[in-house]
Design a protein around this ligand. Structure first.
Ligand code: NAD
Length: 668
């Protein structure tokens, strides 16, 4: 008797028949689409003709509880008991499903698998992971039980649709990417030429910024090495009498196909044998899956292999972002995926798939465990704080300053949060306020209220005048002849509209750090009463024509309140530290620093400080709103690095701060 999980790779169906126990008590769960191969399997003897054959509709929908229940009931009504042997024949879905059903029925029947897709032959059927989905959450219910054997016959791939073949290649590329650079080269040099010959030209150029590369990738000064095969392409790889067609099955020469399957077997089983229960190294096989499963949950019609391909490109792009993978190797991976006919353009923004990533099995407490690459052929495990990814899923939001009533509802449907700049809106009549409330009904928790106090400082934003639609919403007061700051009102009242809207249970309220204590207390009490989180903000406006020396400098300012209101330059690290201390000591949930920078260096120094603050306690509570020429670059950095709130305007030309990019410019 062979050891459990043994893999047999053979074109001979007789080898399969020898593996199935003698006698009639055999149930075969098979995909209807492989009926002809089932017939090949049972054609031998009368005994085999008595096997119980149960056809299934293969595909992801099979892996739902309702179908498990149906099959278990069927087993029961047909008298299947523990003396029976189960054979699963089909793609990965049938293999996963069969392994699960066989393992749970009467506490477990012996079973064997006959994978009939490339994906199942190189991956899904190996290693004993059996399972089904829980609604949209992939493979959430399951068990780890090795099949008695796995029989892979490359001939059955003859009928496989080409897009399914390509999905299998995605898993082969995964094995190569995490474990074996020479296998990567084999796929590129020995497999791709046949695909190209069969389906016409595939991209020779490395990917461009349209691909899910980081939106602001590190500059790559060298073109990627020529990933084209070094040997000449096989002269006649496709059947000579058939014109290349995208729908024709992909036929690799048998030796190439067998080497492909066998190499993947070797790589996958090395991980499985070292770590059957997936406590350590086996997790590397999840490369591309955390992103890919989440993508598949968002877009249920996407094929598993296709989702994994896209997931690998996203994971590799993230590895470039965090500085562990070179842009060149990222491009080589993207090239190979694309050359194999795999689509790697993200079907939806990253922010939409992150919530599913955070429900994935790979989340452990406050950490999300990711498998990334440090180079081709070498995986690396990286833990990242969940808080960072939560922020990434919540951005960008939009800031509405004018024409607010007709737009709120539309934007609340479209973006994670909407900032209402109350200072840029007219005071609403009670009826208008009710109308606004009705538009926000059920989504109030996605509103952010910002109502900076009217500061008399010459460079403070002008709050009072309502802006007419289409005009720039933010008006900076002109510097007056005296550039020294004027004090804020001593006992400002919380505006009635703000107080009323806080009772709606909005998500966040922004309270300037320089607001007088009584005002802060009043807004805080209201916010806490209605479950609203508090953002404390500091604004450092810098008009281009202003001479910094003319204003009160930060360093000279005696107390923090004056500093914030009176600052006319970019704050030093010392000041930033004081602001963070003041905000968080007072119980703020978030800190926002708004600055108009004049150079890339100034912006970068601020970003570096924010990155350090966010990573220091893993709570990712500090955000930066840079205004001016550098706004887009800085906000992209903020998005990728999980800053809590990244602001956008609804459209170009409707910015509520100078240089503010539009939502479409920022959305990933
Ligand atoms: N257990 C694991 O370790 C593991 C690993 C990777 C993937 N998976 C799972 O595998 C599943 C994806 O597997 P898949 O891509 O094989 O999908 P699949 O089972 O849906 O098969 C793809 C399609 O090919 C058809 N088909 C299968 N064999 C055929 C053949 N020889 N000729 C013609 N048509 C054929 C099927 O009917 C189906 O329409 C996912 O559910 C994924 O979660 C599991």
């Amino acid at each position: 008797m062979s050891k459990p999980g043994q893999i047999v790779l053979s074109e001979d169906f007789g080898v399969l028949r020898q593996r199935v126990p003698k006698g009639p008590r055999v149930v075969v769960l098979y995909d209807r689409n492989v009926e002809q191969w089932v017939e090949r399997m049972v054609e031998e003897s009368e005994e085999q003709k008595q096997w119980l054959l149960l056809p299934l509709d293969g595909g992801e929908n099979l892996k739902q509880w309702v179908h498990v229940e149906q099959v278990l009931n069927d087993f029961l009504s047909r008298g299947v008991d523990r003396s029976w042997f189960v054979v699963g024949m089909g793609g990965g879905t049938v293999c996963d499903f069969t392994g699960f059903v066989a393992s749970v029925y009467m506490r477990g029947l012996s079973f064997g698998l006959v994978p009939t897709t490339l994906l199942a032959q190189v991956d899904a059927a190996l290693g004993g992971k059996n399972g089904i989905h829980l609604g949209p959450y992939k493979n959430t219910i399951g068990c780890t039980v090795l099949p008695g054997w796995v029989y892979c016959n490359p001939l059955v791939l003859e009928t496989l649709p080409p897009e399914e073949f390509r999905c299998g290649l995605a898993e082969c590329i995964k094995h190569a990417a995490i474990a074996d650079a020479s296998y990567f080269a084999f796929i590129r040099d020995q497999v791709v030429p046949y695909l190209q010959a069969a389906q016409g030209p595939t991209p020779q150029d490395p990917p461009t910024s349209k691909d899910p590369v980081p939106s602001d990738p590190a500059p790559s000064d060298s073109a990627p090495s020529d990933p084209a095969p070094s040997d000449p392409a096989p002269s006649d790889p496709a059947p000579s009498d058939s014109a290349p067609s995208a729908q024709a099955p992909i036929r690799l020469p048998l030796p190439v196909l067998k080497e492909l399957i066998a190499t993947s077997h070797r790589i996958k089983m090395a991980f499985v044998e070292e770590d059957m229960r997936e406590q350590g190294v086996r997790k590397a096989l999840n490369f591309g899956h955390t992103f890919g499963h989440a993508l598949a949950a968002c877009r249920p019609t996407i094929r598993h292999g296709q989702a994994v391909a896209c997931g690998m490109a996203l994971a590799a792009a993230h590895a470039v972002d965090v500085g562990i993978l070179s842009q060149k190797e990222y491009e080589e991976l993207v090239y190979l995926l694309t050359a194999c006919g795999l689509e790697i353009t993200q079907p939806c923004p990253l922010r939409e798939i992150i919530p599913y990533m955070l429900s994935d099995k790979k989340k452990q407490g406050d950490d999300l465990q990711l498998v990334l690459l440090s180079r081709l052929g070498q995986y690396v495990f990286v833990k990242e704080p969940v808080a960072k990814w939560r922020n990434r899923s919540r951005n960008p939001g939009v800031s509405l300053g004018t024409g607010v009533i007709p737009q709120v509802s539309q934007w609340l449907d479209k973006v994670p949060w909407v900032e209402l700049r109350l200072d840029l809106m007219e005071t609403l009549s009670p009826i208008a306020l009710v109308a606004l409330r009705m538009q926000c009904m059920g989504k109030e928790h996605r509103l952010m209220l910002t109502h900076p106090l009217t500061s008399a400082h010459p460079l403070a934003p002008s709050f009072a005048p309502a802006q007419s639609p289409g005009k720039p919403a933010l008006v900076l007061a002109q510097p007056s002849s005296t550039s020294a700051p004027t004090d804020l009102p001593e006992n400002p009242q919380v505006p009635p509209m703000l107080a009323e809207m806080l009772t709606w249970g909005v998500g966040w309220v922004d309270i300037p750090l320089d607001a007088p204590a009584s005002y802060v207390q009043e807004v805080t009490d209201l916010a806490r009463q209605y479950g609203t989180q508090i953002i404390r903000s500091a604004h450092f406006w810098q008009l281009p024509e202003q001479d910094t020396a003319a204003g009160t400098t930060v360093a000279d300012a005696a107390d923090l309140g004056t500093m914030v209101a009176g600052t006319s330059g970019v704050p030093s690290e010392e000041i930033l530290n004081s602001l963070a201390e003041k905000a968080f000591f007072a119980g703020a949930d978030f800190l926002k620093i708004a600055v108009q920078t004049r150079s890339r260096q100034e912006s970068d120094a601020l970003l570096a400080w924010c990155d350090r603050q966010n990573a220091a306690d893993n709570r990712y509570r500090v955000t930066l709103m840079v205004m001016g020429d550098d706004a887009l670059r800085v906000r992209r950095h903020a998005l990728r690095n999980g800053y809590p709130f990244v602001y956008a305007s609804v459209e170009a030309g409707q910015a509520t701060a100078p240089g503010q990019p539009s939502f479409s410019e920022l959305d990933e």
